[in-house]
Design a protein around this ligand. Sequence first.
Ligand code: 13P
Length: 287
Amino acid sequence: MLVSATEMLKKAKAGHYAVGQFNINNLEWTKEILKAAQDNNSPVILGVSEGAGKYMTGFSTVAAMVAAMDKSLGITVPVALHLDHGTYEGAKTCIEVGFTSVMFDGSHYDIEENVAKSKEIIALAHAKGLSCECEVGSIGGTEDGVTGMGEIADPQECKRVADLGVDMLAAGIGNIHGIYPANWKGLDFNALDRIQQLTGDMPLVLHGGTGIPDDMIAKAISLGVSKINVNTECQLVFAAATRKYIEEGKDQIGKGYDPRKLLAPGAQAIYDKVVEKMKLFGSIDKA
Ligand code: 13P
């Protein structure tokens, strides 16, 4: 059931668990994440980066595919279709074409411009019943061409954006997209705590979910994180399962080259990874 992310995240914040955002790239990704959510009675957020949107030929294609698949699979758990790290223009487009949630990432602007543009996108999203995520500070590393320097968010700036009426707030706390380097210092829980004290009931978003140790995930949730984004980890397990199938020569046995067979182990790996994360985040049976 396609809905905005507002209610599912309010419930998660109050219930001390987090909803997973899993990024999608194509039909297989979307299908496995939806099935994993339905089979485990979990709310879920499908993340679409600007790059993945282009890859799938445009945001309207994505919205049409997700809406149709939600119906044809008979999905009854809450599902939000969410733009990930949207530009100002990208967010405006997604609000028009059937997304149920958008992120406007204005973290690379100075705070005045970030606040002004965030305010505008929040108003446009709310007018159409969508939820909106904004970002303060920045997430380190590069995702789909969006590079952040990994600045720790200023709690006062977080409060300014929270006061705009945003539905969820991404704050840089030392998190990084992609694989964490061996010398990573870990999440800055002092910063997270100061941010949650100033932003109250605001659901906080933890980007860069891949590779964060389980105990840090649990602590982040206890300090107000209600949405955790995972992208790279699904890509890694998909690639490993596909490689294994080919290295074992299974594509050369019978009709093993049939794309539906060739992509099946990778799809299963995505399903299993999503269920594992839903268990870790505590969202199972919370639909
Ligand atoms: P990872 O690719 O590190 O899991 O990060 C995902 C993310 O934060 C999407 O915005």
